[in-house]
Design a protein. Structure first.
Length: 538
């Protein structure tokens, strides 16, 4: 246990430690021109020159050369893919310090099962060095990744730059677990995750498990399940998170938030969450625990929040600064429950909550407003409004338009405020099934998702039945014939999972036998009747 605690602490400073070894690394990294990658063998060969410049030239999947030998579930003692760039528990490093440009292509069907390893992902460890340590413009699709600490679909431990990238699938680990990046001490921008993320211990996020760097213009959405420190976008934030958002469902124990579980001495700015959040204590629609000189400003939460103690529509427990924010979702709990903030030990200013939708008349900070008041621009500009000390940087716009010269926009009298350039478009996905099975992920019924979100879908088939296909609005479904697939939300869709129950040959055989026997009996009786008639001379 002591060694594990020591290991966890060392992960936070792994970039600083590694910087001392850079002069040694320069003697072994080969200078090279751009190397093109077209199959799994060539991708695997990156580990032979971790400082190279690489271009992905096409998609990689189960049909691409090298899959069976390098990352199928049966290779490497059933461990699958060996991450590129490693962090060794003894303290030595061999990270990726080059440039990887995916050129918009996808790496599909990634399988990694290394539940006792640190730094697990397509890339295990990435560190900035000179112009390198860059992962750009690549998608990891239908990933199935399992590790222990520092686990992500794309990068386990990132001290470099990740941009214009995304991941879908499933990621599982113990702690520092994220849909895209497990531990980030570098920069993540213009990236997204639609991953089902599970962390058995702490610090679990839809995009990043533990962030001490910069995260910007990014989003995540799907299902996040963790213990302490679970967030729709980031589990624990000690850095800067800006212009980002999250959606989906977040479930945890303590420090559970729609965007960030625990904001420790970090900044959350110009962000929003529509995640539905469930936890035990310190549970918030945006941030579970806003702690230790942290700041939350110019942000909002619209999802439902349910917990036990210290439960708030925006922040569960605040002991730092909250300003110019609002919440508009339902809130439920047992103790220290507030429409905006559950427990407050510091500063909450210029902030509001919808007292009607939340079902809460009180909050430990902020001022409650009716739904109509939350949709009027005067509420946020007229300093005669109760709770408004300084006017928000807000302007009125019409539906479908934004004005980027202001931090906030509002369709006056018709919408809640929304962040400039981010007028949210939400679409409904209605799912049903025929007899013979059911949809287990995301379930059956109607679900609401942000525009562009990739939603994983999976079915369970009853015994003696089989899955046939998906029907309905199927244009954006990746594979209509696959029982496990995904759909990209670009509109309101209604779809059906179709199952087929095979013909019961035993039953049919029995029916045929009965018919044959009955026919034989009738024929026998007719013949007998005829013989009797002939005997009587009729």
């Amino acid at each position: 246990m002591k060694e594990k605690k020591k290991l966890v602490c060392s992960l936070i400073s792994f970039v600083m430690i590694f910087s001392l070894t850079l002069p040694l690394l320069s003697s072994v990294v080969e200078a090279s021109s751009v190397t093109e990658i077209r199959d799994w063998h060539e991708l695997h060969a990156i580990r032979d020159n971790l400082g190279g410049h690489y271009l992905l030239m096409n998609d990689l999947d189960t049909t691409t050369a090298g899959y069976q030998e390098l990352l199928s579930p049966t290779v490497n003692r059933s461990n699958g893919w060996e991450p590129i760039g490693i962090y060794e528990q003894g303290g030595s490093f061999d990270p990726f310090v080059g440039i990887f440009d995916g050129q918009g292509y996808e790496i599909r069907d990634l399988f990694i099962h290394r539940p006792d390893e640190v730094g697990v992902g397509l890339f295990g460890a990435v560190v900035a060095w000179a112009e390198g340590g860059v992962i750009d413009n690549v998608g990891v699709v239908n990933a199935n990744v399992t590790g222990e600490i520092g686990v992500g679909g794309l990068v386990g431990l990132n001290g470099g730059t990740v941009s214009n990238s995304y991941c879908t699938g499933n990621v599982t680990g113990e702690s520092r677990v994220g849909g895209l990046v497990g531990l980030n001490t570098g920069n993540v921008s213009d990236s997204s995750s639609s991953v089902s993320v599970t962390g058995y211990s702490l610090l679990v996020g839809g995009l990043i498990g533990y962030n001490t760097g910069n995260v910007s213009n990014s989003y995540s959405g799907n299902r996040v399940t963790g213990g302490m420190g679970a967030g729709g976008l980031v589990g624990l934030n000690e850095g800067m998170v800006s212009n980002s958002h999250s959606s989906g469902n977040v479930t945890g124990d303590e420090y559970v938030g729609g965007l960030a579980g625990h904001n420790w001495d970090g900044i959350v700015s110009n962000c929003y969450s529509s995640s539905n959040v469930t936890g035990d204590s310190r549970v918030g629609g945006l941030v579970g625990y806003n702690d230790h000189y942290a700041t939350v400003d110019t942000s909002y939460a619209s999802g439902s929040v349910t917990g036990n103690g210290s439960v708030g529509g925006l922040v569960g427990y605040n002991r730092a600064t909250v300003g110019s924010c609002y919440s508009s979702g339902s809130v439920a709990g047992n103790s220290s429950v507030g429409g905006l903030v559950g427990d407050n030990d510091d500063i909450v200013t210029n902030s509001f909550w919808d007292s009607e939708v939340s079902g809460m008349e009180t909050s430990d900070g902020g001022v409650g407003k009716t739904t109509a008041e939350m949709m009027y621009i005067d509420t946020f500009t007229d300093t005669r409004t109760e709770g408004l000390e300084d006017p928000w940087d807000i302007t009125a716009v019409v539906h479908g338009e934004t004005n980027d010269t202001y931090a906030w926009n509002i369709v006056d009298g018709e919408s809640y405020p929304f962040l400039s350039g981010k007028q949210p478009s939400e679409y409904n996905l209605t799912i049903s099934s025929t007899a013979g099975g059911n949809v287990t992920e995301p379930g059956e019924g109607t679900f609401t998702y942000d525009e562009g979100m990739v939603v994983d879908m999976r079915v369970a088939v009853e015994e003696s039945s089989r899955f046939v296909n998906w029907s309905g609005d199927v244009d954006t479904i990746a594979d209509v014939n696959a029982a496990a697939t995904n759909i990209t939300m670009e509109g309101n869709y209604t779809i059906t999972a179709n199952f087929e129950r095979p013909v019961n040959r035993t039953l049919i055989g029995g029916i045929v036998a009965v018919v044959v026997v009955a026919g034989s009996v009738v024929l026998f009786m007719l013949r007998r009747k005829r013989r009797v008639a002939e005997t009587k001379g009729l």
